[in-house]
Ligand binder design. Structure first.
Ligand code: BDR
Ligand code: CA
Length: 348
């Protein structure tokens, strides 16, 4: 099993990534940290704890609070897509002040120190041959990861890979050219792209193919009822499915009104966990990727060198390929994986 640490900003699709991390077969989720992004750091921290409780996480899995703002730039949130608190419209989640949710918040320690601790532990596991090195999964702005790699460079060798949802190859979503996670903290993203370990980027080009269509939404609500001719959705088979359906419903409406997506929302962040668990669902290629840090119109754009202008044999330097970029997804395989995890979560 791949041992992962999830750094996130829930966020509707982050919540689905948490569910997958907890319940898919090939991944062991060691812990969660949160970062400013879709909502304030306080909200994303609470939301992650609410999700851990709602998705029946084991008691020892806690949420560690991380950076409350980007390294340099002013904070930005995305209430238009995720609601004011980051998980707008989701029914069935416990309130943040409930004791069972509070119990999921780590009493002390922050994200950076928590990742340090887990990286040390992973090193020991690896030495004994029992476990594998740690995979860091990022589904929000990369401020925490940039701080971790900057403060603890001696622990980089404990990290097998950094997998992140972010960026686009020639497209953006929160500016004409930048994707939200990278746009929030471009400097942090460049710091991460510069570290000499394996990185995999899951860009918008691929996440925009993982659309929760009405047919998928139907299977999510109740896989045993056949699709109806008039397209009406069945009642939810379980409380968990109801909760996830309200999450998808809110996300569907956001994507319709903001981006004109008429067939459903893209489940961006869920793809990171799918990539770790089932890399065979993805086709990827290595490229040089950098972040535009000063462009007047393009700050936060991921510049993916598809024609190899900046490539040479050295994969680790400022020149040369530095990132595996997902280019294609087996969409049907992904949703089978997703719905299988929902079923497993439902059984806990
Ligand atoms: C990314 O930004 C947020 O809206 C989502 O949670 C995802 O991580 C997509 O651009
Ligand atoms: Ca996110």
């Amino acid at each position: 099993k791949g041992a992962i640490w999830l750094d996130c900003d829930p966020g509707h699709d982050d919540a689905t990534a948490i569910m997958l991390g907890l319940h898919c077969r090939n991944v062991r989720l060691l812990g969660v940290s949160t970062v400013h992004g879709n909502a304030s750091a306080e909200n994303t921290n609470n939301n992650a704890a609410r999700c851990l409780y709602a998705f029946a996480a084991a008691e020892h899995i806690r949420v560690c609070p991380g950076a409350t703002k980007p390294l340099i730039r002013p904070e930005r949130h995305d209430p238009e897509i995720h609601g004011l608190d980051g998980l707008g419209g989701v029914e069935g989640l416990p309130r943040a002040d409930r004791p069972e949710v509070q119990a999921r918040l780590r009493a002390n320690g922050d994200a950076i120190r928590a990742i340090e601790g887990i990286a040390h532990a992973a090193k020991n596991l690896y030495k004994d041959g029992i476990g594998r090195k740690l995979i860091i999964v990022s589904t929000g702005p990369m401020t925490n990861i940039a701080l971790f790699v900057s403060v603890y460079p001696e622990l980089l060798h404990c990290i097998q890979e950094i997998v992140f949802m972010g960026g686009g190859v020639g497209i953006g979503n929160r500016s004409a050219s930048a994707e939200f996670n990278i746009l929030c903290d471009p400097e942090a993203a460049q710091i991460v792209l510069d570290v000499p370990i394996k990185k995999t980027m899951i860009p918008l080009n691929v996440t925009h193919t993982a659309i929760v269509t009405p047919a998928i939404h139907h299977r999510l609500l109740n896989p045993n009822i056949p699709l109806s001719a008039d397209g009406s959705l069945p009642p939810a088979a379980t409380p968990l499915r109801h909760m996830l359906s309200t999450l998808i419903h809110f996300f569907t409406e956001s994507y319709k009104s903001t981006f004109g997506f008429t067939n459903g929302p893209p489940l961006h962040d869920a793809l990171t966990i799918a990539y770790v668990a089932m890399p065979e669902l993805f086709t990827c290629r290595r490229f040089r990727v950098d972040v535009e840090l000063s462009g007047m119109h393009t700050a936060g754009e991921t510049v993916v060198d598809v024609w190899n202008y900046r490539s040479c044999d050295d994969s680790w330097g400022r020149h040369g390929k530095n990132c595996l970029v997902a280019e294609r997804l087996d969409v049907e395989g992904f949703f089978n994986f997703f719905l299988d995890c929902v079923e497993r979560c439902d059984k806990v």
